[in-house]
Design a protein around this ligand. Structure first.
Ligand code: BMA
Length: 326
């Protein structure tokens, strides 16, 4: 039973309806400051991948001076993680990356493809955020490949296979404080083009101010499942929630369905209170092929990492539900 439900029951509520399709793990948060074996300020958004039978998170950690770096957390069950003693990637001194990572590296997404693990992340500098790509084969050695967008761009998520012979990614160029999900294509992972807008904000919904891809797309029999984040600028500040959409397998510019209501919205104390309150922000989800369960990892209030689960079929169903039945 979640803390929220426990509190409702203790207040005498007899009918407590679970509101989110994502079920929070009772042991959340799974990683917080106390779990980081080196000095830092905070830990949050994490990429997630299963390497053989081990769950690996590439976690965003803010160092003592306020720049973000990456570290690795490993687990046998997907819930109990141990963080490596040293950071895995820090802003580099080598050009051309150094200039564009001067303010930190942020929000990684991992995509396994062709026997390697690609890491798309945000390189942050005085010139604004832009996308960068790195790779690793073993989560011990990391190699930067290229800077792959101009600023201002964030939320890069690489598809796990080529479509019509081209690599495909989502990204999020910004216009002022608004932004939509775009798609781009590449023959070599370095040069990208053919960019088009795919999903836009909805002025009458929870995702009215800006949206961005969260986890890399998950291939299903109904299409590409994309877990994305949506922001509503409220008087008290931005409110970050997570939603789901389904895109055509051979032409992912075609949105086949999009959940009307969020799949996860900040409700628990650890999601409401922190460095930036009222934030749930995912950079990775793992589909357990045998049970068809999705483990979604998410940063909460920019202060800790949590996990939630949902049946794949429930997420797919949400994408196609009509607004009033959702
Ligand atoms: C976004 C990103 C995320 C962060 C979120 C909430 O713009 O920078 O890394 O979690 O804001 O602060």
């Amino acid at each position: 039973m979640s803390v929220m439900v426990q509190e409702a029951v203790s207040r005498g509520k007899t009918r407590v309806v679970g509101r989110d399709v994502i079920h929070r793990w009772e042991g959340n948060p799974i990683i917080s400051l106390e779990d980081i074996p080196f000095r830092c300020n905070t830990v949050f958004n994490a990429a997630a991948v299963k390497v053989h039978n081990q769950y690996v998170l590439l976690i965003r950690v803010e160092d003592p001076r306020g720049r973000s770096i990456f570290a690795i957390a490993r687990s046998e069950d997907g819930y109990r993680f141990v963080v490596d003693p040293e950071p895995a990637m820090t802003p580099t001194n080598e050009e051309p990356f150094a200039t564009y990572e001067a303010c930190g590296i942020e929000d990684p997404r991992i995509t396994p493809m062709d026997d390697t693990y690609y890491i798309m992340y945000t390189a942050y500098s005085h010139y604004g955020p832009r996308l960068a790509l790195a790779r690793t084969d073993d989560f011990e050695n990391f190699e930067r490949i290229a800077l792959i967008s101009e600023p201002v761009n964030k939320d890069g998520a690489l598809f796990p296979r080529k479509i019509k012979d081209r690599y495909v990614r989502f990204d999020r160029p910004s216009v002022g404080s608004s932004g939509n999900i775009w798609i781009s294509y590449s023959d070599d992972l370095v040069n990208w083009g053919g960019s088009e807008v795919v999903m836009t904000t909805r002025s009458d919904h929870w995702d009215c101010s800006r949206i961005g891809a969260s986890a890399p797309p998950i291939e299903t029999e109904r299409g590409w499942l994309e877990i994305y984040h949506g922001v509503k600028e409220a008087a008290a500040g931005p409110l970050y929630r997570l939603g789901a959409a389904m895109l055509d397998l051979e032409d992912p510019t075609r949105v086949l369905g999009r959940a009307a209501i969020p799949i996860l919205t900040p409700r628990e104390y650890y999601e409401r209170v922190g460095d930036i309150g009222n934030v749930v922000f995912s950079c990775g989800a793992i589909l357990e092929e045998q049970t068809r369960e999705v483990k979604m990892y998410y940063g909460a209030a920019d202060t800790c990492i949590c996990v939630g689960t949902a049946k794949l079929d429930a997420l797919i169903q949400r994408c196609f539900e009509q607004e009033d039945s959702a």
